[in-house]
Ligand binder design. Structure first.
Ligand code: AMP
Length: 309
């Protein structure tokens, strides 16, 4: 007997690729309904696609951007080596039912004479911002430009880049953007390693060893769940776990206040971000877990999220 399954619902695979910012404005003016924006640097993996799927489920129109933003890379960082494969990305996005892909050239967004920057004063001082000077200025500038070009109803970002997501949430509030910023959970490989385009820098052996990042975070989380509230002990647990892996060179381990991103000196009294940055081989990897809250809960309860008065 032959069993036939109903065909899965298919969307018309019509994806519009836009490279010119003026064209993006023109197309956007004609769009109706709710618009979901998923900004990426391309070389897509299942982490990116989880954002795209959520955007697809929640909006009438989905715009994905693919842009390796030069202004968020410092001198000596991996701008030139950053993996790129636009045809593959477009095929994946078409399968996901994305309507529009905006993939401009660097010169189209930063033409000669460009001189306008968007910069937060406090949140970028810590963690990634402290180690990558100018990184978040590049991020907040490009995301502002993408918001202006696409005027989304909702914009989707990964918890994987927690400081980025918190900075952008602040930016949306501070600059009065009329949009909802959605922070989506980190997609992981079976080993626990957070998916990342930069994982392609790892050899298969290094990739296996890189699961130590998640193990270190879980050690802190488990201790926290068992009642440990001394931030120094949680940092020590993460560091000890990383030290047991000879290929891992720790850049930092952190237990930071989620509202300010300042290191918690001793007792934990509110929600914290457990995060770390580790070099393995040629890759610099970051990961994090949120303790005492989740992105959804945090969006509702963090200080400053309620209208005053
Ligand atoms: P990127 O291309 O690395 O700039 O990432 C584009 C978006 O995908 C950012 O909002 C990232 O936080 C998010 N993202 C990256 N990796 C993951 C992951 N493993 N799970 C969920 N989201 C991710």
């Amino acid at each position: 007997m032959t069993v036939t399954h109903p065909a899965p619902p298919t969307r018309s695979p019509v994806l519009t690729l836009i490279e010119d910012p003026a064209k993006m404005h023109e197309v956007r003016r004609r769009l109706r309904g709710e618009i979901g924006l998923v900004p990426t640097m391309g070389y897509l993996h299942d982490g990116h696609l989880s954002l795209v799927r959520r955007a697809r489920a929640e909006n009438d129109v989905v715009i994905t951007t693919i842009f390796v933003n030069p202004t968020q890379f410092g001198p000596g960082e991996d701008l030139d080596a950053y993996p790129r494969d636009l045809p593959r990305d477009l095929a994946l996005l078409e399968q996901e039912g994305v309507d529009i892909v905006f993939a401009p050239a660097a010169e189209a967004l930063y033409p000669p004479g460009y001189q306008t920057w968007v910069e937060l004063s406090e949140l970028p001082r810590h963690l990634e911002g402290a180690r990558r000077p100018g990184h978040f200025r590049g991020v907040t500038t490009i995301v502002t430009k993408l918001f202006n070009l696409t005027r989304p109803t909702r914009a989707y970002f990964g918890q994987k880049d927690a400081q980025q997501a918190l900075i952008l949430r602040r930016l949306v509030e501070d600059l009065n953007y009329d949009l909802e910023l959605v922070i989506c959970p980190t997609m992981r490989e079976a080993s626990g390693l957070a998916m990342s385009s930069r994982n392609t820098y790892l050899t298969p052996e290094e990739r296996r060893r890189a699961a130590v990042l998640y193990r270190a975070l879980c050690a802190a989380r488990d201790a926290y769940l068992a009642g440990e509230r001394d931030a120094r002990r949680l940092r020590r647990l993460m560091q000890d776990t990383l030290d047991a892996e000879p290929l891992a060179q720790t850049e930092y381990v952190s237990i930071a206040d989620l509202a300010t991103l300042e290191e918690v000196p001793a007792q934990i009294r509110g929600p914290v971000l457990a995060s770390l940055a580790v070099r393995i081989g040629k890759a610099r990897l970051i990961d994090n877990l949120w303790l005492g809250t989740s992105p959804e809960e945090w969006g509702k309860t963090r200080p400053g999220s309620q209208p005053v008065g």
